[in-house]
Structure formats: C-alpha cells, structure tokens
Design a protein around this ligand. Structure first.
Ligand code: UT7
Length: 329
C-alpha cells in the first residue's frame, strides 16, 4: 500500500467557559471597546479557569477530534502539540496530553512544537512529512494555548489581544493523491526577535514572571503588523504558484486570527470576499497556535467547509515564523 498523501480525518476544538469582554478590560485599563474593536476586530476572548492548563484545553479538543474521526487515542502513532504556553518547561505538554488521553500503553512518540502563532501550521507540515515518509500512519496535531498566563495585564498594548483555547486535527495517510494536505510552506526570520518576544526566560535567567517560569510577552505591535501583512502576502502567493492555482480556485481562507485588519489584507490579496474567510477573532481574540484549528473546526462543524473544497490555512507569529498549508477537504 503506497501512501500518497496525508488527510485530515477529524477535527475538534475547545474554549474555556469564562468570557472576558472589552467592556471589562476598559473598566480596568486605559482603553475602550471602540478602540479595541476598530483596531483589532476583537469583542471578547476566553480565559482559562484557575488550574485549567494548556494540556486540559488540548485534551478536550483532542477528544472531540478523535470522536469526529471515529478513532481511538490508542490508534495514534504520534502526538504533536504546538504551544507557546506549555504546562511546564518539561516534560512536553504532548506527553502530558498522551497520559490524560489514556494512550500511554502503546508508547507512541509525543513532543511539542514551538513556533508561537505559526506553531499549528509547523506541526501540520511535520505531520504531513512524517506520514508521507512512512514514519507514522495516524497523527494527532494540536494547537493549544493559555496566552492569558503570558501577557502583562497592565500593558494595554498587548493584553487586549490574546485569549485561550485549543484546536486539534487527526491526520492520516491516504493512498489517494490530490487530496488532503496538498502542500505546506514554512518560513522563519530570527532577525525580528525583538519585535515580539518574552522579556525573560529560563536560560536567560531573567524570571520577571516567576509564577509562569518565563518572562512576559512584549510586542512592538505596529512594526509586527506591517511585517505580518507582507509575510502573509508572500506565502499566499508562494502557495498558489507552487500548486499552479488561480486565486479564484481557493474556496476558503482559514487565517491566523491576530487582527481583522491583517485578515482583510490577506483576503484582498486573494481577491476573496469576506464571506469566504473564516473569522473567529471577534470572539476568540488571538489564541496563538490554537487559532487556525479553532477556526477550521468551527467552519467544518457549521457546514461552511464541504468535502472537496480547497482551503488555504496560514499563520504568522513571533520569531518571526510564518507558513501556510493548502488542503483539499
Ligand atoms: O499573532 C502574532 C502576530 N501579532 C500580530 O500580528 C499583531 C500585529 N499588531 C497589531 O495587531 C496592531 O499593531 C495592534 C492592534 C497591536 C495595535 O494597533 P495599531 O493600529 O498598530 O496601534 P499603535 O500600536 O500604532 O498605537 C496607536 C495608539 C498609540 O497611542 P499614540 O502613541 O498614538 O498616542 C498607543 O499608545 O494607540 C495606543 N494604544 C491604545 N489605546 C487604547 C495602544 N493600545 C491601546 C489600547 N487602547 N488597548
């Protein structure tokens, strides 16, 4: 049996119950609902409960993805968790997820991928490569974050942006070509480290956020914005060219949800009307590595995304890291 492609056979997502509205933020900080909505498109975001960890969000999303795919956790060959906010520095959140899924018996490999907001696209690309190389047959790919634990709640330029959540997909080898993940495109440019980073960490030894064992997230938003727009335009063009596609052939854009203005600019580049773009940023804020699988799951479950349609997934984040995946659903 020759494996010719990797297909997404199920998806799932999870959002914590607590909703944090712009109005609540405006009561604590020098900001307004109007400023946040007009500059970002965000109205509210979810916040993990005390004691609710990234692995808990990941497991809730994973269980839904496994049920949607109709497969058990014991049938997986690999677990990849994309996260910037692991439960612990080690062990990897993926091994904690494996234990919480009750899937330790077969001792499949499990590890985390750290590419910040592009982490899910990176993990999906790696799952695709592992499957096409014959190294794994079925892989659970999760994007899960508790970004609320990494932001400075006194810094209005960043805390209004982020939210918590998780999304997951099950990826499986297929003997058909021309279906599933058609291509992935990954990039990084480490020269932009200072525009979006934490201000402390383990090896640096600057534990300004000792509760989380890390620094706090800092961003020069306006400069990040400009680079994000350019990088995403580039990767969208690269994806179309690599597949010999016209813009009009893309059925759905499933973008990273950082800012509605960035999403508008990518949609414009693709000549797409916004009714072909999956938008969750208004209700989720930026959930970093979780944002693309959360958006994908929402549009699959409400019936917008249909079998056979062509999806363009993309994301951009700290590093900088960015990338895309073209998927025949
Ligand atoms: O997912 C990873 C990638 N991340 C991104 O792609 C995020 C990219 N950046 C952005 O989304 C936007 O740059 C922000 C939403 C973060 C900021 O929007 P902006 O239009 O670039 O605003 P700005 O940073 O240029 O700031 C404009 C003004 C400043 O005041 P002055 O200097 O003009 O007086 C800020 O101090 O807005 C002020 N400001 C705020 N005002 C009210 C910054 N944050 C706030 C706030 N409420 N929350």
């Amino acid at each position: 049996m020759t494996i010719r492609s990797a297909r997404i056979i199920g998806c799932g997502s999870y959002l914590p119950a607590t909703v944090l509205t712009n109005a609540e933020l405006a009561s604590r900080l020098d900001t307004t609902d109007e400023w946040i909505r007009s500059r970002t498109g965000i109205s509210e975001r979810r916040i993990a409960a005390a004691g609710e960890m990234t692995s808990d969000l990941a497991v809730a999303a994973a269980n839904k993805a496994l049920a949607h795919a109709g497969v058990g956790a014991d049938s997986l060959d690999f677990i990849l968790v994309a996260t910037t906010t692991p439960d612990l520095i080690f062990p990897a959140t993926a091994t904690i997820v494996q234990r919480k899924l009750g899937a330790t018996r077969l001792q499949m490999p499990a590890c985390d991928i750290q590419a910040v907001c592009a982490g899910f696209i990176y993990a999906l690309a790696m799952a695709d490569s592992l499957i096409r190389a014959g190294s794994a047959r079925r892989i659970l790919v999760i994007g899960a974050e508790t970004m609320s634990r990494l932001v400075d709640w006194q810094d209005r330029s960043i805390c209004i942006l982020f939210g918590d959540g998780a999304g997951a997909v099950v990826v499986e080898g297929s003997t058909e070509s021309g279906s599933g993940i058609l291509s992935t495109h990954l990039h990084a440019d480490g020269s932009y480290e200072q525009l979006l980073c934490t201000d402390g960490g383990i090896s640096q030894g600057l534990l300004v956020n000792p509760g989380a064992g890390s620094g706090l997230a800092r961003m020069r938003g306006n400069e990040v914005f400009k680079q994000a727009v350019m990088a995403l335009e580039g990767v969208v063009d690269e994806t179309l060219a690599a597949n010999g596609l016209e813009k009009s052939q893309i059925d759905w854009l499933v973008p990273h949800q950082a800012n509605i203005r960035i999403i508008h600019s990518t949609a414009k580049r693709l000549g797409m009307q916004m009714d072909r773009v999956v938008v969750t940023v208004d209700r989720h804020g930026n959930t970093s590595a979780a944002s693309v699988p959360l958006a994908l799951d929402e549009a699959v479950r409400d019936g917008r995304i249909q079998p056979g349609q062509l999806l363009l997934l993309e994301a951009f984040g700290g590093g900088f890291t960015w990338g895309s995946a073209l998927v025949r659903w």
